[in-house]
Design a protein around this ligand. Sequence first.
Ligand code: HEC
Length: 273
Amino acid sequence: MATVSRPLAYICCTLALCAAGLSAAQDKDPTAAAIEQYRQMLADGNPAELYELRGEELWKTKRGPKNASLEQCDLGLGPGKIKGAYTQLPRYFPDTDRVEDLESRLVTCMVQLQGFDREEVTKKPFGSASYQSDLEALVAYVVSQSRGMKMAVPQEHPKEREAYQLGREIFFYRAGPYDFACATCHSEDGKRIRLQDLPNLTQKKGAQFAYTTWPAYRVSQGELRTMQWRLWDCFRQQRFPEPKYASDATIALTTFLAVNANGAEYAGPAIKR
Ligand code: HEC
């Protein structure tokens, strides 16, 4: 696939420019300035667009045992309405009597409208060099339809507020072999591991930046990654058991992060190291 070779080109040409950025930086923290410059250059040609295109095609193609497209999928704003839908997710859905994030809702639509088997759809949600994930492409397409719009995740329904509280609890819950919580790595300003900033997710600014730039195309992995993947990977870094894809715990955490980002402009799918 084209995405495999393109990131290499980005890295090669940006490394030289990045070094130039380093010496030219006037900022107090030249490394931060150089990383910022590197990010901006990467954003000029984001391979996430290829995923968006594939996702759009998947959305509009009749598939599954019921031979239906996803064009009647209700992401919270009514059947087929995807413009801005991502800025209001996760949210409560009466038909499933559950708070759903984008990914669990897409699974719901694939099961209800297209007749796919839930286990089958969620068995391998994350793509690799040898496997393309339909869910990742669909996510890329849907979120691209919210770019530039303000995050406005609802907290009206009791189950929405419950999900936020549960997400908050999980965020601060310490356990595992290192007694880590999400907060251990994400509640201080100015932390960094390798070239990646560790956002302070307990502050408005950090929460807004982090949330509005996911999903993202990861140059280091040559893949578009979703919010469910982001959480899965951080559970792993925390030495917690692997969370189940689109489980209530991951949706609750996403609700916590998303509501904290309310008011910020959505800027995904972004591109990250
Ligand atoms: C051991 C440290 C550690 C723990 C614990 C941890 N993370 Fe992370 N987190 C990271 C690192 C490192 C990154 C940077 C991403 C990378 O390069 O893979 C990150 C990135 C993120 C991001 C994306 C930030 C951005 O701007 O791109 C989010 C959101 C996030 N973590 C949420 C969580 C949540 C929620 C938890 C708890 C389930 C958690 N993290 C636990 C280390 C941690």
